[in-house]
Structure formats: structure tokens, C-alpha cells
Design a protein around this ligand. Sequence first.
Ligand code: COA
Length: 210
Amino acid sequence: MASAEEYALAMNTQVPLPATVQFAPDYPIVTERLALRPFSRGDVDAVYSYRSREDVSEYLFDQPMTHEECAEAVRARAGQIAFSNEGDKIVLAVERRDDARLIGEVSLIWRSVSDLQGEIGYIFHPDAHGHGYASEASRALLAFGFEVMGLHRVYARCDALNGGSERVMQRLGMRKEAHFREHAQFKGRWDEELIYAILEGEWFAPATSR
Ligand SMILES: CC(C)(COP(=O)(O)OP(=O)(O)OC[C@H]1O[C@@H](n2cnc3c(N)ncnc32)[C@H](O)[C@@H]1OP(=O)(O)O)[C@@H](O)C(=O)NCCC(=O)NCCS
């Protein structure tokens, strides 16, 4: 397999961006096994293959999506590739480099400009669970958030029953900050939400297991 640098060079896609953009990754973002890139129209079937599933949406606010809803989501995501203002979000398709299969998506939201806060999220096809892909892709977004955007704190949230998601946060070096008990209704039951976060100083600290 090509090195990350060779792969990035070969696949580089210059995307024209408006002048208001403050931060945008050079696409694709290449990691050891993955490439994170903007969504495009041809991704609808791949997105439908995981976002239509009950097991994938179990702990998401979304319900399983129809093909048309996936097409709409892909259209929206194709434009979510850069940060201009607070609240902006990038949502990137995650491709496995060795077979170019789209296996999931990761997101980074610019939650606060003045307080330098961000939030990450991740959703993967069950076929691709259990290989560390979600952690690898999310780590690349943390690197962009801390090392390019200069964020001070990045957090992630999950349902307390979503053990796979909680372990991703732990693997990323995030600390548990909160466990909200029965604070909202979620799909017909009381929601239990965990918040995990990592600070800039923790990200740059030497000798971590990330
Ligand atoms: C949350 C979710 C992304 C986690 O997926 P995952 O495959 O468990 O997470 P990773 O890709 O980081 O893989 C880690 C697992 O692979 C294993 N693994 C195998 N090879 C690995 C490697 N090279 N590096 C790291 N982990 C590896 C780990 O041991 C770990 O297994 P464990 O959690 O049983 O200990 C996935 O369950 C999902 O998409 N769920 C549906 C959507 C969702 O709920 N999203 C989160 C909303 S908050």
C-alpha cells in the first residue's frame, strides 16, 4: 500500500472554497488505513447500506433512513467540508484505502469560536466494526481540531448503553466528564447520556496510548 503521503498526493482534490472559510482540511485526510474525503453524489448507495439499518440507528437521534433521505443527506454533506462560522460542521466519508470502500462517516462541529470548543461524532457500517477504523478516523479529526484549528477542548457524547462508542472515546484519550441521568426522552425511554472530552494540553501531552 502507498504511504499516507504518496496516497494523499495521488488523490488530492482541490476544492474551491469561499473566502469566508477559516479552516478546511486538505482533502483527502489520509491515515494509516483510511482516507477521509468530502461526500459526493455517487456515495448514496454506500450511505444507505448502513444508515438504513436498525442496529446502526439504535443510539442515534435519527431513525433508519430511506434511500431518498440518504440522497438528501449526501447532498447536504457534500457541502459540509469547511469551517467559516460557529456551528459549522464537517462531515466526511471514510474510505478504506486498500479497497476504496466507503465504510462510514465522521464529523467535527465548531461548537464555540470564542471558547475554542469542538465536538466529534462517528457512524460506521457494522461490517467495518471491530478493526479500530472509527478510532483511527476520529483521531485524524482531533489532530485537525487541535493542530490546525487550535481548539482547546473537543468532546463527544453517547448513549450510556452504547458501549462501542464509549470505548472509542476512551481509546482516543478522552476522559468521562458527565453522565446525565434520565435528562431527556429518547425513542420512548429516558435517555442516559455520557460526555467525554479531551483538552489541548492532553492531546499534546507526550507518551499517550492514542
Ligand atoms: C460506535 C462505533 C463507531 C464503534 O465502532 P467500533 O468498530 O467498535 O470502533 P473502532 O472502529 O474504534 O474499533 C474498535 C474495536 O476494534 C478492535 N480492534 C481491532 N483491531 C484494532 C486496531 N488495529 N486498532 C484499534 N482497535 C482495533 C478493538 O479492540 C475494539 O473492539 P472492542 O470495542 O470490542 O474492544 C460503531 O459501533 C457504530 O458505528 N455504531 C453505530 C453508530 C453509533 O452508535 N455511533 C456513535 C454515536 S454516539
